[in-house]
Design a protein around this ligand. Structure first.
Ligand code: IMP
Length: 200
């Protein structure tokens, strides 16, 4: 069986490849460019939309297990924003930097320079045996002065609980051990393993 990852996000691809022993193939390598309309109302719905779309495009083939990740950051002070809109917070064609600075501006507008935040990752697994989804979270604070270049997205302003450095400053190996994505993947792995052995 081939495990196909339904994402084009380079940061996510790198993290998945680092966390998986089996090789994960980005869908673009098989299907080329493809626009997926993420119109779900939750991380879970969007993750399932992505994985199902790719699985269908692959012809619903026995050979494939498709996994996807829909993720983002939520800031309770801002009513939970940007949440499922994390990738397009500053507009549909916004870069990671545009989104980060919009979040910084909105936090500053509340008169603070540090506030609680958390990342969510929903991983969907779709194969001919059905659909599964799992979640992982990472709690911490966001600050209004970006620090460090590691990770991607909002990592330069996110300080995980128990640390005093941002994910931009911390080693990738530390992020790998505590991240929302690695927690979700830990739950996804036994499901993928069983599907891979055709046990269902
Ligand atoms: P998605 O590709 O539609 O799931 O959007 C995910 C967006 O959430 C990314 O573009 C990032 O802005 C943000 N995000 C998700 N996970 C992380 C992470 O681990 N670090 C930093 N930003 C993240």
């Amino acid at each position: 069986m081939k495990i196909v990852l339904a994402t084009t996000n380079k940061g996510k691809l790198r993290e998945f490849n680092e966390m998986c022993k089996d090789e994960v193939i980005p869908f673009r390598d098989i299907l080329g460019d493809l626009e997926i309309i993420e119109n779900g109302k939750s991380f879970q719905e969007n993750a399932l939309i992505k994985a199902k779309t790719i699985f269908d495009k692959l012809g619903g083939d026995d050979e494939y297990i498709v996994i996807s990740d829909d993720s983002g950051i939520s800031v309770p002070l801002l009513g939970g924003e940007p949440d499922i809109y994390s990738a397009r917070y500053a507009g549909v064609n916004a870069t990671d930097k545009d989104n980060l600075f919009k979040l910084v501006d909105n936090i500053k507008a509340k008169g603070v320079d540090r506030t609680l935040a958390y990342y969510t990752a929903s991983i969907a697994i779709v194969s001919k045996y059905g659909e599964y989804s799992v979640h992982g979270w990472m709690y911490g604070d966001v600050i209004t002065t970006p620090r460090g270049d590691n990770g991607f997205g909002y990592d330069p302003i996110f300080i995980p609980q128990g640390y005093n450095k941002t994910l931009g400053e911390l080693e990738n190996s530390i992020k790998k051990s505590i991240s929302h994505r690695s927690k979700a993947l830990k739950l996804a792995k036994p499901i993928i393993k069983l599907l891979n052995r055709n046990i269902f």
